[in-house]
Design a binder for this molecule. Structure first.
Ligand SMILES: NC(=O)c1ccc[n+]([C@@H]2O[C@H](COP(=O)([O-])OP(=O)(O)OC[C@H]3O[C@@H](n4cnc5c(N)ncnc54)[C@H](OP(=O)(O)O)[C@@H]3O)[C@@H](O)[C@H]2O)c1
Length: 245
């Protein structure tokens, strides 16, 4: 039986590439996007590559979309094997590479960022957990960022020390806490949950100067989606290596 994977924010970037790579490994992929049209466009591209793909509208901040996705999955597959919480935004950008938005970031930007990067993955995961529990080996990947590492932000020698984008970074720190707390809650189950740092990747979010290709950026997400029984649970991982929280 083919495994079923749902990826949020799968219209482009790392999310689309993750759907592509999982599809090529034989997974049925549910490519979700903020609009029906984008989800169908993404699914059509994958189908053209002989991938079993379904396009579904899912704005992660829209509870009606979440309900529709849960209903679709229940009726069509009766379970979910992989959830990749990939969709995310970076709305505060105080300067290329270096900068600190802490004194200026608006409450609106902070709230919008946390809605998409933190609250939405929790709400979606909670709603999908009954279906993930029906999988033999459920895998949940929270797409975080090295920018969420408190340890590295406290270390003046670290390469990210000078990049203090208050809203984005703290939303990923909070997402990492979700990973740890959920991992504890699921410790006696066959489900594994991890945070992924894709790397600095050339996407609309990562920008043109990023050193990694989208193909390379999807690797950590795909690895964590396809972990075997001995794989990481409750980790913060980049290309197979743990990152400091
Ligand atoms: N690129 C990097 O260097 C890097 C580094 C570390 C972590 N990450 C993380 O990797 C993930 C993917 O980012 P990316 O680099 O691939 O950026 P991207 O190309 O800008 O893709 C972001 C995706 O998230 C979607 N999205 C935004 N808000 C959403 C919402 N409310 N509901 C559903 N989807 C939503 C976007 O949808 P639309 O197409 O509708 O805009 C888009 O498909 C993000 O979580 C990001 O924080 C990226």
């Amino acid at each position: 039986m083919k495994k079923v994977a749902l990826i949020t924010g799968a219209y482009k970037g790392i999310g689309f590439e993750t759907a592509f790579q999982l599809g090529k490994k034989g997974y049925t992929v549910l490519v979700t996007a903020r609009t029906q049209q984008k989800s169908e466009d993404a699914a059509a591209k994958l189908k053209a590559e002989s991938i079993d793909a379904w396009g579904l509208k899912l704005d992660v901040n829209n509870s009606e979309d979440v309900t529709n996705v849960v209903t679709f999955l229940s009726e069509r597959f009766g379970r979910l094997d992989v959830l990749v919480n990939n969709g995310g935004v970076q709305l505060d950008f105080p300067g290329f590479m270096l900068g600190n938005s802490t004194e200026t970031v608006s409450m609106e930007i902070l709230k919008q960022t946390f809605e998409t990067n933190f609250f939405a993955p929790i709400a979606l995961t909670q709603k999908l957990l009954p279906l993930i529990s029906k999988s033999d080996a459920g895998r949940i990947v929270n797409v975080s960022s090295i920018m969420g590492s408190l340890t590295l932000h406290a270390d003046v020698e670290s390469p990210i020390y000078g990049i203090k984008f208050m809203a984005y970074n703290s939303s990923k720190t909070a997402l990492n806490q979700f990973t740890l707390h959920l991992a504890e809650a699921l410790k006696n189950t066959s489900i594994k949950v991890n945070s992924a740092h894709p790397g600095w990747v050339k996407t609309d979010l990562g920008g043109e100067y990023a050193p990694m290709t989208i193909h390379e950026g999807a690797k950590t997400l795909v690895d964590l989606s396809t972990l075997d029984e001995s794989g990481s649970h409750g980790g913060f991982i980049h290309l197979g290596e743990p990152l400091p929280w």
